[in-house]
Every structure is written in C-alpha cells, then in structure tokens.
Design a protein around this ligand. Structure first.
Ligand SMILES: [Zn+2]
Length: 141
C-alpha cells in the first residue's frame, strides 16, 4: 500500500513511528494514504507530504504543527551529524525533515535508511527505553 512513497521515506517512517505510542500508531495508519508532493532540492532527503485526509483519521496532537517523531542519526564512529524530524499539522503527517549539523558528514535520507533495520531491532529489544529518541545509523562516505 506504500508503493506511492519512495523507499527511503517509507523506511524512515516505519523506523521512527513506534506502534506502542498512540500518536505514532495513528500516524502509521496514515502512511498507506501518503504521497510525496516534493523533495528538497539539495538532495538531503527532506520530503513534503500530501495526504488524503478523508481516508485517515488525525493523530491526537491538536491543531498545530508539531514534531511528532525524531531520530538522531549516528555514524559508525558514534558521532551525531544530524537528525530526522517527522512533522505533523493538525494531526496529519506533513513533512519529513533531514537536518544536518555537520559540514564533514553528508547527511542524507538515502544513507540513513540503509540501516533502518538496525533501529527496529534495537527498539524492540529495549521496550523500557521509549523516552529516548531512536537512532538511525547513517553511513559515512
Ligand atoms: Zn535539503
């Protein structure tokens, strides 16, 4: 059902939205109805979503724009060159932002999603660590 989403975006959404969080669980149900209406032109992977709101219920976030999920990107060396933010407007998925804090490491969604499985595995093993944002490993070129 997610074939309209690029694989890198679908992978990251699946990784950062955890099923045991009520807001995230609702947002996950929006993903099959989601498409990308634009990408950042710099290549970082930031994506702007389009969602048919008649087909999905809004997450209980209130009417404003919030960061519903975030994940730090870490390199193999343990450095944190950036993060991924999932933003919602009025409870609906709105855009995915890839932030870079480092001029040395090229932070892109394509690199991060290569190892998104790592996040899913570690997330499942530490169910008590729900307060800590998940981490995605980004490959250093
Ligand atoms: Zn960009």
């Amino acid at each position: 059902m997610t074939e309209c989403l690029p694989a890198d975006v679908a992978d990251v959404l699946a990784a950062v939205l955890c099923t045991d969080n009520p807001v995230h669980a609702t947002l996950r149900r929006q993903v099959p109805h989601l498409s990308v209406r634009g990408r950042c032109t710099c290549g970082c992977g930031t994506a702007y979503f389009e969602l048919d709101t008649s087909k999905a219920e809004p997450a209980p976030t209130g009417p404003g724009t919030i960061v519903a999920a975030e994940a730090q990107l870490v390199t193999e060396a343990g450095e944190c060159p950036g993060e991924v933010l999932v933003c919602t407007q009025g409870g609906y998925l709105s855009w995915l932002e890839v932030c870079s804090w480092s001029g040395d490491v090229e932070v892109t969604l394509a690199a991060a999603s290569l190892a998104a499985d790592t996040l899913l595995i570690s997330d499942g093993q530490s169910s008590a660590a729900s307060a800590a944002p998940p981490t995605l490993r980004v490959q250093v070129q």
